[in-house]
Design a binder for this molecule. Structure first.
Ligand code: DWN
Length: 382
């Protein structure tokens, strides 16, 4: 599989391919990739920007309300701050001190220059942790890492480095895709080189058992197909853990058999969408993609489809437009051209924003266009 975000324009070298194989621990049912790609290769110049969609803005507000209720947020550090969109929202909600940490030079530029939010351009490591302590004038109330923790190979080192910047009152929030949801909804298209781990709470409990932090509170969010916010506190924190930790542990369903069924269902889904696209094309219908997500790279390469099958994929992200979907000859076109191009069918590879995509393209569907939604079952929205 090519790297899911290795979008290239004409003349730029095509990306390499990497094995994507999911291994599952028989005891804690943690999912892990068998091969680790150097994060510098994946993230130094990163085209993915946090979606500026209404769905994401609503999520930011929900997350702020949850975390601010846990502890009033004045000083917040975001690990994996991308282009600073979340920190800009948190500053508007009331945070006085904000600091981002992100390895993508292109995104840190936007964060610092466009949004005026200070950021350290680095992967999170001990050096970045120490620079954070030197940079933040006040004790840190919140350390936030959204969809970062499961991208990290050495969890123990990450927890140790986070502990360096934690005070007794600091809340650490790791927002991660939840393996329980990934398996239950057959979100197999989120299995790719960036996602090294598919987290279970059992694995988290095991990891933290001999660390300076503990699971303090767990909150579920619908974003990205189902995510959980793991709130960690230092072991000397005064407040006791909430009942949510035991409730989630008791209800967690992610057995070896579940994972095996997940693998079988993924292959069925790949075959189902490929057959549907081929059928529509044989009937002379035009088929495109909507959302040049990492998920679209995974689907299109797994199905082995070409431009003769999927004409193009539409996307609103400037860094992806006029590129090709990694590993294919399929062009990424500006989202603004979608209606005028008037394709017959569009596969929604931004299904985690489905309601928003449907709403913004009502005119197209009213004119006869039909969306195909690939998860959890391949289906045409009539
Ligand atoms: O963990 C990760 C998740 C959080 O984000 C990263 N490893 C990579 C990335 O995954 P993704 O690329 O699957 O993320 P999205 O946010 O599901 O991608 C949606 C794509 O669709 C973006 O390229 C933006 C695009 N889009 C659009 O063009 N118009 C999305 C919406 C909602 C739209 O209206």
């Amino acid at each position: 599989m090519p790297l899911p975000n290795a979008f290239r324009r004409d003349g730029e070298p095509m990306p390499g391919h990497y094995p994507v194989e999911l291994l599952v621990c028989p005891r804690c049912h943690l999912g892990q990739l068998s091969a680790i790609v150097d994060p510098n290769v994946m993230y130094t110049n990163y085209p993915y920007v946090t979606s500026p969609s209404d769905t994401m803005k609503e999520h930011f507000k929900r997350l702020w309300d949850t975390l601010n209720a846990e502890r009033k947020i004045n000083a917040v550090v975001e690990i994996g701050s991308n282009d600073g969109l979340l920190l800009e929202h948190f500053r508007n909600f009331g945070a006085q001190q904000v600091l981002g940490i992100d390895p993508a030079e292109n995104l840190v530029d936007v964060c610092c220059i466009k949004r005026g939010i200070p950021a350290i351009c680095s992967l999170f490591n001990r050096e970045a942790a120490e620079e954070t302590l030197d940079t933040m004038p006040a004790p840190i109330d919140l350390i936030l890492a959204r969809h970062v923790f499961c991208h990290i190979d050495n969890w123990r080192q990450f927890i140790d480095d986070v502990t360096v910047i934690c005070s007794k009152n600091t809340v650490v929030c790791l927002e991660v895709p939840y393996a329980h949801d990934t398996v239950e909804n057959c979100e197999w298209d989120t299995v790719y080189a960036e996602h090294l781990n598919y987290l279970t709470l059992q694995a988290m409990e095991h990891l933290l058992s001999d660390s300076a932090l503990h699971l303090h509170h767990v909150v579920r969010f619908p974003i990205h197909g189902g995510a959980i916010a793991l709130l960690l506190r230092r072991n000397d924190a005064v407040e006791p853990p909430s009942a949510s930790v035991d409730e989630f542990l008791a209800s967690e369903r992610c057995s070896l058999e579940d994972w095996q069924r997940f693998g079988q269902k993924a292959n069925e889904q790949i075959g189902a969408l490929k057959a549907l696209v081929k059928k529509l094309r044989s009937e002379g219908k035009r088929v495109v993609g909507y959302g040049a997500s990492a998920k679209s790279t995974v689907w299109i390469n797994a199905m082995g489809l070409r431009r003769s099958d999927i004409e193009c994929v539409y996307d609103g992200t400037p860094q992806k437009q006029y590129c090709t979907i990694p590993g294919t000859d399929i062009p990424v076109r500006h989202e603004g051209a979608f209606y005028a191009d008037a394709a017959d069918y569009a596969v929604v590879w931004a299904w985690n924003f489905l309601s928003e995509v449907i709403t913004k393209n009502k005119k197209w569907t009213e004119g006869g266009g039909k969306f195909i939604v690939p998860v959890p079952e391949v289906r045409i929205l009539e």
